[in-house]
Design a protein around this ligand. Structure first.
Ligand code: CA
Length: 230
């Protein structure tokens, strides 16, 4: 499953190199030349991961990372810091500011991709290709297939992403706003009732197997994927 990656890098040549590489590996790339532009982009759609250059004009990458960590909406978006600094104390400062990993320039595209995959696997299981299974329901992202009690279930692309997110974040309540951010990548221009429509479709597709009971409504709060009784 492709991840949406925001690249914040003020050197156009490096930005282009990174973006081209990520796109070649199927990722969706949004790029910004400074932190202020990146913030506006994040307000529109939350990315799965941010590649953040340390030295930026205006707000530094370090201050930007701290700011993202201080805001509940962006607190859990993984950040990989890009920097020309290679000293141990800089690395510690970078990680203390809230970055999840740290890549020193010059880096090979291969190394960067490997680090991205590792961070995504840790923090964003829905952005990896790992199959997930719960109570007879199985979702395989690489084959784009869902099986309920052994039978294949046909889901639309949005229902598939929605189920993938819910299954990789089980036993937690997700508000409609959070689901729009995580599944649609857009909590501004998509209406909250859109979530209800796709939840209904998802449940209808799982009804024959009885596994629609795993997709639970939490009144007044949102939705939850749970193998426990509602
Ligand atoms: Ca720079």
């Amino acid at each position: 499953m492709p991840a949406s990656i925001l690249v914040v890098e003020d050197e156009p040549a490096i930005q282009m190199l990174i973006a081209t590489n990520l796109r070649r590996h199927g990722h969706l790339v949004v790029a910004a030349l400074d932190a202020e532009t990146a913030l506006r982009q994040i307000n529109v759609a939350l990315p799965d991961l941010i590649l953040l250059d340390w030295m930026l004009p205006g707000m530094s990458g370090l201050d930007f990372a701290r700011r993202l960590r201080a805001d509940a909406r962006t607190r859990n978006v993984p950040i990989i810091m890009l920097t020309a600094r290679g000293e141990e104390r800089d690395k510690v400062t970078g990680l203390e500011s809230g970055a999840d990993d740290y890549v020193t320039k010059p880096f090979s595209p291969r190394e960067l991709l490997a680090r991205i995959q590792a961070v995504l696997r840790r923090g964003r299981p829905q952005a990896t290709e790992d199959a997930v299974e719960a109570d007879g329901l199985k979702l395989d992202p690489s084959a784009h297939r869902v099986f309920a009690a052994g039978s294949q279930v046909n889901l639309g692309p949005t229902e598939f992403r929605l189920l993938h997110f819910l299954m990789t974040h089980p036993e937690r309540v997700h508000s409609r706003d959070q689901l729009l951010d995580q599944v649609w990548g857009d909590h501004v221009f998509v209406e909250e009732r859109t979530v209800d429509v796709h939840i209904r479709r998802l449940r209808a597709a799982l009804e024959d197997s009885g596994l629609d009971r795993l997709v639970q409504t939490v009144r007044g709060s949102g939705y939850r994927f749970s193998v426990a009784e509602d």
